[in-house]
Design a protein around this ligand. Structure first.
Ligand code: PGA
Length: 250
């Protein structure tokens, strides 16, 4: 059985005060979430505050990105070792906003996956097609290409140490959620592609859905056999909404 993971991607949101309020709310309510593992990925600068508040709770945390480099003259970068130093379990790699706005290639993302994994973090690899690509009917090709970059660099067994998040770009922050059937189809495709190489890795692999997931649509999505949780943007910024998604996995 794969334990669902509900991970919050706070993106570039929050202040010390709002983070404190959000964390208080999460701590107060997480006890009712019975099935899902809950995790938050704050902006780097709030990770110490998150560690302080969540240490010893059932909620884990991670970074929204990670450098391919170990240390040195890389202004603005944060290394995997630094994330571990502050108790991180996860690191998101290849979010579509980084791919699009920061020009991250499949190869660079694969390297980030490899570096995070080698350090002992669990990389959350984001993949997904744009609206244009979906309309062209190349959703599967795009997801396969993004996934294969990691498999080619690290081998399929590496996926056992990570998580995949299928995030159709057209559903991110738009309020347009993929239908449970649309999402399930792509999740099954991803798992099938991994299974063709290694069935045991495919069976254990958590594939999260991301894109306008909310308490109101989470149960239907999570009921699908290949949807093993969510990567949540907007709805992870309010304790009630984020916990509501966790509760939907009960
Ligand atoms: P959203 O973002 O839930 O706000 O659509 C999801 C994500 O980008 O990870």
């Amino acid at each position: 059985m794969r334990q669902p993971l509900v991970a919050g991607n706070w993106k570039m949101n929050g202040s010390r005060a709002s983070v404190a309020t959000l964390l208080d709310g999460l701590k107060a309510g997480v006890g009712e979430v019975r099935n899902a593992e809950m995790a938050v990925c704050p902006p780097f600068i709030y990770i110490p505050q998150v560690q302080e508040a969540l240490r010893g709770t059932a909620i884990s945390w991670g970074g929204q990105d990670v450098s391919t480099e170990a240390s040195g003259a890389f202004t603005g970068e944060i290394s995997a070792a630094m994330l571990l130093d502050f108790g991180c379990t996860y690191a998101i790699v290849g979010h579509s906003e980084r791919r699009t706005l920061h020009g991250e290639s499949d190869e660079l993302v694969a390297k980030k996956f490899a570096v995070a994994r080698a350090a002992g973090l669990k990389p959350i690899l984001c993949i997904g097609e744009t609206l244009e690509e979906r309309e062209q009917g190349i959703t599967e090709q795009v997801c396969a290409r993004q996934l294969d970059a990691v498999i080619e660099l690290e081998g399929v067994a590496a996926l056992a140490d990570g998580v995949i998040a299928y995030e159709p770009v057209w559903a991110i922050g738009t309020g347009k959620v993929a239908s449970p059937e649309q999402a399930q189809d792509v999740h099954a495709f991803i798992r099938g592609r991994v299974a063709a190489l290694d069935n045991a890795v495919a069976e254990g692999l958590r594939i999260l859905y991301g894109g306008s997931m909310k308490p109101g649509n989470a149960a239907e999505l999570l009921a699908k056999p290949d949807i093993d949780g969510g990567l949540i943007g907007g709805a992870s910024l309010k304790a009630e909404d984020f916990l509501g998604i966790g509760l939907a996995a009960n």
